[in-house]
Design a protein around this ligand. Structure first.
Ligand code: MN
Length: 262
């Protein structure tokens, strides 16, 4: 059985090495990962430049592209067979709540899901990120991968896994939480007297609601959030179709929702 491993922190990340090591017990692991740090590139795809893949070690390909490029290139070019699973991570830092939309780690799993391959994204929410710090999360990833291969994921679903530092208190099935955003742009002046700005200089915390990814990890549990790529807000259909707006076509609205989606 073939498992494709990727990440967004780059092929030299200890998180990726710990993950590839633990998944090696389940099957043959091939790594296709960015050749450098590509965090927060989200689901970007390189369409207007060539991509190079260098086999830096047997079965380890470093690509000068994004995590999404790596999955795409892995599935359609580098791998001789279709993998049974794509696992992305282990990311240096959590990918929870609204931060998921920026995440290259999660986007790699999204790309695999779009290609019909079961996928997990794994992130470690911790203060230290040595190889040893990633080992408990790597063990959790291998356990979840085994469960996924046994039970099969529902269609169009990927698992976003966030692991707290150290030994965890168990695993919780969670929903996506809410981050609080503050004044995150820092304005400074460079040595030539010109202003510059730095985004994301400090996290503003999160809404501590039970049932969410943040809440589980904050309380020492591994968080497993099933995600899908349908961004439609079905709950808004009733409110929008009630607008006094003459432009709505007769056949738009709730009638277009697939049965069972609500
Ligand atoms: Mn990252």
């Amino acid at each position: 059985m073939l498992i494709l491993v990727t990440n967004d922190d780059g092929i030299h990340s200890p998180g990726l090495q710990a993950l590839a090591g633990s998944l090696g017990d389940l099957g043959r692991v091939v790594v296709v990962a960015p050749d450098r740090e590509r965090s927060a590139v989200s689901h970007s795809l390189t369409l207007h430049a060539p991509l190079r893949a260098e086999e830096v070690a047997p079965g380890h390909f470093a690509v000068d592209g994004t995590p999404t490029d790596c999955v795409n290139l892995g599935l359609h070019g580098l791998l001789a067979e279709r993998p049974a699973l794509v696992v992305s991570g282990i990311n240096r830092g959590g990918n929870m709540g609204d931060d998921i939309t920026y995440s290259g780690t999660v986007a790699a799993a999204m790309e695999a899901t779009l290609m019909g391959v079961p996928a997990i994204a794994v992130s470690l929410e911790a203060a230290a990120f040595t190889y040893e710090d990633f080992l408990p999360a790597a063990a959790v990833a291998a356990e979840l991968a085994t469960a996924m291969l046994t039970h099969r994921l529902p269609a169009d679903t990927l698992l976003n896994v966030n692991v707290p530092a150290g030994p965890s208190r168990g695993v919780r099935l969670t929903r996506q939480g809410k981050r609080r955003y503050g004044d995150l742009v820092v304005e400074k002046v460079d040595p030539r007297g010109r202003k510059y700005y730095w985004i994301g200089a400090g996290g503003a915390g999160f809404v501590d609601q039970p049932g969410t990814d943040f809440h589980a990890v904050h309380h020492g549990f591994v968080s497993v959030t099933p995600l899908h790529l349908d961004l439609t807000n079905y709950r808004s259909f009733a409110a929008l179709s009630a607008w006094n707006f003459s432009g709505w076509s007769q056949d738009s609205g709730l009638g277009t929702i697939e049965p069972g989606a609500l």
